[in-house]
Ligand binder design. Structure first.
Ligand code: CTP
Ligand code: CA
Length: 225
């Protein structure tokens, strides 16, 4: 089951990976974000590089160190991420969208720190939907390019995953059940199901994110064939 390390399965390919949880700013000292650690995306970037690819990692802030030799593009917000992905995607062969992207962003960002006043015992924050990056990518995707999405689900993992695969025109969707405390967002381990457009699904054992990243990279290499 484990792909051979050092096998240059992605030699000559350019791979774009996104990682981490985007930050949506409210004011100069506050932002909205999520629990993503970035570990899965960083592991994919490392595995793709080990497989011989030229890797660009577009990353929201994380506590991780990027793998040596990978080009790092730091971003904060979903808007930054969308811009960075859409700019770089045309020059890449594959996109692995492991970033945990905010679904909503504040309608307005305050220039100054938001203050409490005697009048505001309640504070209503107005949010608007962020752009769906993978849907935008689908519009400019060429037949020779591969796109892979992730789906964090707390229920109906396969059915929701299949819907996302189709709506985002992906070549593969990596679904994981984030309702389980032992896997997913923050830990070192994960268990995912790969969903392909032909309806084939394949669940990995529960294992390290590094091993899952290698299996994923091996599958991306197969998608080019
Ligand atoms: N994604 C994206 N742009 C967004 C939100 C998500 O490109 N604005 C990407 C994620 O990086 C991931 C995939 O879409 O690869 C699925 O993300 P997920 O949050 O599971 O799905 P959503 O489409 O946001 O739907 P929901 O959160 O409502 O389930
Ligand atoms: Ca979402």
């Amino acid at each position: 089951q484990l792909p051979l390390f050092g096998a240059q399965t992605l030699a000559g390919k350019r791979v774009l990976v996104t990682a981490g949880g985007t930050r949506e700013r409210l004011d100069p000292v506050r932002f909205l974000t999520n629990d993503s650690s970035g570990k899965m995306g960083y592991a994919v970037a490392a595995a793709a590089q080990q497989a011989g690819a030229t890797v660009t990692l577009i990353t929201a802030p994380t506590k991780l160190t990027a793998p040596a030799g990978v080009t790092v593009v730091p971003i904060q917000s979903t808007t930054d991420l969308a811009q960075a992905v859409l700019e770089r995607f045309p020059a890449n062969d594959a996109l692995v969208m492991a970033a945990a992207v905010a679904d909503f962003q504040p309608v307005a960002v305050a220039d100054q720190k938001i203050k409490k006043t005697p009048a505001n015992d309640e504070f209503i924050l107005k949010l608007k939907k962020t752009p769906d990056i993978l849907k935008a990518v689908a519009k400019i995707k060429r037949a020779d390019q591969v796109t892979v999405g992730f789906a964090a689900e707390t229920q109906n993992v396969l059915a929701n995953g299949e819907k996302k695969l189709q709506s985002k025109h992906l070549d593969m969707l990596v679904a994981n059940d984030v309702s389980r405390a032992d896997i997913g967002f923050n830990g070192d381990e994960n268990q995912v199901t790969f969903i392909l457009p032909n309806g084939v699904t394949d669940q990995t054992p529960k294992t390290s994110k590094k091993v899952i990243a290698r299996v994923l990279v091996d599958r991306v290499a197969q998608l080019f064939k």
